[in-house]
Write a protein that binds this ligand. Structure first.
Ligand code: HEC
Length: 491
């Protein structure tokens, strides 16, 4: 999952850079020479080229550049910027120098492109000022994030969306899918687009309906921001475009009911206890946050922040009593956290490769995990972290494991393009569900446990009946896209 989507990100970044250049990089614009704005023109260059080493955590050369005040104060060598005099500013000199000591350091990265270094020089020449209305102590990363405006999703998708998350509506008649800056709703029976809801997040990585019918979504913009938000996607009213209802989940307060989290990188997983009272979400900042929702969404309370992994948290699950949190980590372990005692109780190390997904039996008696080792493994969450069974698995990496809410049944989804059902008591493998043509990143059961759906890297969504594995519908969840049939097998 992580390899391939980072490739896609690089591609998008290049496209975005070209588009940006075409719009703003033209000579006509440069000729206009409006004064340089620190927050709009200068800060993004620092963020891209300098903050990796000069943020509050790393402070290379004892230099933190992430607030205007600290930027101007400098590091071990004192003030690096002489307002009005770029040529006398160590700061600028370090960026354009031909000497060995350059910033970023020669062995660590490319030089700042000349046109960007020129923007910095011009800003210093104009007095190295901060824009009016910004606190010199404000965190620049946060200021940039606040200013960022979510683009509207494409009307017709030029590329298929990557389905990282999906959920059945409570009545199981529709399926909700994460798109590009939106959440889309599709009718199961017909595979037709029924509703679109714009979101600030570029991607959704986890979603679940609460008992009151509100949808919680975890997601973000890779490397830029992460969020957890609660939406009314079922009953809020939008406008109709081309026969499809469109909701504004960015600005409309009747749609986007509550923002629970705002962090600096994607939130990758989400779990709700069956009674809807406890919510867990974790991601790239290695933390899992736990909210108490017993007073309703409006009164949602952040209870604790669990830091139990050495790397991204990729999956999470809660026991039905809300007492234990089970997590999957890029640090190659699955872990159990006691939410009452606030301590780590079990580490399951057996995968020895990235653990992508976890599930736990409602009573907390058995934990399940899947990962890059292609295995579904079970273990005792209250024991010593010893494996109970290696159930076997798929022909390739396994990304998710989900519990059927009504029967002792698990579903796993894999890079081998299939979803597989398992008996969660005996761990006997059940049906293998085919129909998707790419990595299956997402899997979910309907609330009545009768249907299971998988979502794949190429935008594919498939719905099957769990009773006999019969396909109900396969469609592409990228609005407007014309999909090619899979290439025929070479003889
Ligand atoms: C890969 C890490 C890295 C990146 C990226 C980086 N720096 Fe540095 N920077 C360092 C290290 C390490 C030092 C301390 C050693 C030194 O001063 O040469 C330093 C020191 C400095 C100093 C001197 C601080 C002082 O008072 O001693 C300045 C000024 C500076 N960097 C500016 C920048 C700017 C501007 C950028 C972005 C265009 C940048 N750096 C990007 C690693 C980095």
């Amino acid at each position: 999952m992580l390899r391939r989507h980072s490739f896609r990100c690089v591609f998008c970044a290049v496209l975005a850079a070209i588009a940006y250049f075409l719009m703003f990089g033209s000579p006509q614009r440069a000729a206009a020479q409006a004064p340089v704005s620190f927050i709009n023109d200068v800060a993004p260059i620092f963020k891209e080229n300098c903050f990796a080493c000069h943020d509050a955590k790393k402070k290379s050369g004892k230099y933190d550049m992430t607030s205007y005040e600290k930027l101007m104060a400098g590091g071990a060598n004192g003030e690096p910027i002489a307002p009005g005099k770029p040529q006398e500013s160590e700061f600028h000199e370090l960026m354009v120098t031909k000497d060995q000591r350059r910033m970023p350091p020669r062995d660590k990265g490319e030089a700042v492109p000349k046109e960007k270094a020129d923007v910095i020089a011009r800003w210093i020449k104009e007095g190295a000022k901060l824009d009016a209305g910004i606190d010199p102590k404000a965190d620049i990363v946060k200021e940039l994030r606040v200013r960022w405006k979510a683009p509207a999703p494409p009307k017709v998708y030029p590329f298929p969306t990557i389905v990282n998350a999906l959920a059945f509506t409570p009545d199981a008649k529709q399926i909700v899918v994460g798109g590009h800056h939106e959440i889309t709703v599709w009718t199961v029976e017909t595979g037709k687009l029924a509703k679109r809801m714009h979101t600030r997040a570029e991607r959704a990585y986890g979603m679940a309906f609460l008992p009151d019918g509100k949808l919680v979504v975890a997601g973000g913009r890779p490397g830029q921001e992460g969020d957890v938000r609660v939406y009314d996607i079922l009953t809020a009213k939008g406008k109709t475009e081309d026969g499809v209802e469109v909701l504004d989940g960015v600005n409309d307060k009747a749609v986007m009911l509550k923002q629970l989290l705002d962090v600096e990188d994607s939130v990758l997983c989400l779990a709700v206890s069956p009674d809807g009272k406890t919510l867990a979400a974790g991601g790239c900042d290695r933390a899992v946050r736990i909210w108490d929702l017993s007073g309703g969404i409006a009164a949602a309370k952040l209870e604790q922040t669990v830091e139990n992994h050495a790397d991204w948290v990729l999956g999470c699950a809660l026991t039905s009593d809300g007492k234990y949190l089970v997590t999957a980590g890029r640090d190659k372990t699955a872990k159990v956290w006691d939410l009452k005692a606030k301590e780590s109780v079990v580490t399951f190390p057996e995968h020895q490769q990235i653990v992508y997904g976890v599930a736990v039996k409602a009573d907390g008696s058995l934990g399940f995990s899947v990962g890059a080792d292609k295995q579904l493994r079970t273990w005792n969450p209250k024991g010593e972290g010893k494996q109970v069974k290696n159930a076997g698995g798929h022909g390739d990496e396994i990304f998710k494991v989900a519990f059927n809410p009504k029967q002792p049944m698990l579903a796993t989804s894999s890079a081998d393009k299939s979803v597989r059902l398992w008996n969660s008591d005996t761990l006997a493998a059940g049906k293998t569900l085919a129909g998707l043509n790419d990595f299956v990143f997402a899997v979910a059961f309907s609330a009545d446990g009768a249907l299971v759906a998988g979502g794949s890297y190429d935008g594919g969504v498939a719905v099957w009946k769990v009773a006999d594995g019969a396909p109900v519908k396969v469609f592409n969840a990228s609005p407007g896209i014309v999909t090619k049939d899979p290439e025929p097998k070479k003889k």
